[in-house]
Design a protein around this ligand. Sequence first.
Ligand code: ADP
Ligand code: MG
Length: 648
Amino acid sequence: MSPPETNTSPLAAPVSSLWGVGAERAAQLARLGVHTIEDLLLHRPRRYEDRRHFRKIAELTKEEAFTARGTIVVQGLKRFHGGKGSVFEIVLDDGSGRLHCRWWNLPFMEKYFAVGDEVFVFGKLKETKPRTMDHPETEVIEPGEEGFIHINRIAPVYPLTEGLPQRWLRGLIWRTLEKFEAQITEPAIAPGLKTFPTRANAVRMTHFPEELTDVEIARQRLALDEFVALQIQIQSRRKNFEARTKALPCGGDNRLMKPFLAQLGFKLTEAQAKVLREIRADMGGAHPMRRLLQGDVGAGKTAVAACTALMALESGFNVALMAPTEILAEQHFRNFQKWFVPLGIKVELQTGSRKSDEWRVTSDEAPVSFANLGLVIVDEQHRFGVSQRAALRGKGEGQPGSPHLLVMTATPIPRTLGLTLYGDLDVSVIDELPGSRGEIKTFVRPADKLPKVWGFIREKLAGGRQAYVVYPRVEATDKDIKAVMAEFENLQKQLAPFRVGLLHGRLKGAEKERAMAEFRANRVNVLLATSLIEVGVDVPNATVMLIENAEHFGLAQLHQLRGRIGRGTDESFCILISDAKNAAAQSRLKILEETNDGFQIAEADLKLRGPGELLGREQSGVPKFRFGDLAEDLELVRQSRDLAARVL
Ligand code: ADP
Ligand code: MG
């Protein structure tokens, strides 16, 4: 007999078990996400103050925030507007000069300070005559035996919550570290970590670094631990899956593939062929395929999907292909009919008559309900999401002979995300576009250049080309539709006699299909659309795209949109109109002028906006790391994957 298993680590104890942490403090800490002693030890400082060196008050500037130290010589509270408004002010002197610190409408600040107090203050000057800071961060230097924790060192400054004093928290963390440092154990991976400090050292260095450079070293060590924990989870889940499921034999025998490739009209690129070899190995392997196929827009994922389907069909199984929108489903339907019907394969189309354009995998729409299903292909384009993936992962798990799964996405997923968020899928990349594509030239222009741009577009239309005009309406609210409708009239006038079509999310399926068909047949020269068209539409004669208010889109999304042009052999033009004033938004758009490489763009987007934004708002599945940074830590993620594999 053995006792029930419990988490016996002393670090798992609640913070309320610490000396000096009562119910009120515990509640405040909980608001910061700090519940256990371990949480407290991993509560990451927001910044550090080098309290070994100070700026003289006389040398403070408006440009940069600095820490200064001085004694309060005067303080006072002024009220105005009949007592409704107030300003509390202290004046500090450090021998070099005087500094006024003001707090507007926070009269209670008065009780935190007294003349004669010594104070640290961190901030930038608002005014220089007299030197004034508004709402600086401050900390009163209290004499006492714990003074050494706060002064003459690099002091951590923590995220706080209402009522929780910086000094108190710093003291608590110091004492907790003293008491529990020895209990911070090395995880099983430690032997592989010769170049890093121990975990316990890293925790200490995070809070009380001897040099500022220690902070990054410690961060990397703690980030690695986070990544390893995640990798162990992903890899053991995968192992489990493989142990419990058997694959259907779907390797095929080429009897359909050969005639298919012969009538396709082009030769597969080397990249497509390589991916197909990976897929064939999966389809004939012992475990059901769980593969993510990445390929920039226009890379030719559909042909790969068709070949994969043929493998299953040759093996006597049915195939389901799912698309996120009706337009795309119909486009696939046409392609697969053209390709497969001559081979004697029956192709059917099913579209939901639901209002939403987006198709979602939910458990009651389980693709496994199709009879004799050997393969499910999901064309998610950029909409591929963690929640869908989770739903799919569950499908058929545990039952023998669950279908193979191929998920296609045009979102170039940066390597760090591929290895973490998508770590339980194998990844194939089509990293080469079929040749003889025209180049896409991209320009960012302010709105006052629009007349010139219209002139340019008319020129291209006169030459027989077609164009897209895109507005950033992501959600089809009534107001947005009106905006698009108003623009529609405007555009018709602007571009007459050329014909303008309209495509937006509120149109019924048949209306959308008609708008697309007219554009495809070149009966309509210009398609005014919401970002709806970013999904899969393929009209090679369209060589111009104008995107208004481009700053409202993410980079990856703009890149997707841009992928609608450049599908023929001629040069194409993407014009991004933006009046964004801030330099960051402008330089973000410049990236698109500079590169057509989806991976570079995705990496840039990841750095600028973070993984949640990059993948779309619904990505609640993006793991939260305290120390790990998916935009920066590719090397650590790689290392963690190998370390986890060794542990398992
Ligand atoms: P995506 O990866 O964006 O889904 P598609 O499968 O729609 O790309 O392919 C884009 C275009 O390129 C299609 O017109 C398709 O027929 C064509 N295509 C695909 N593979 C090749 C190839 N190997 N050589 C020439 N053209 C190709
Ligand atoms: Mg496609």
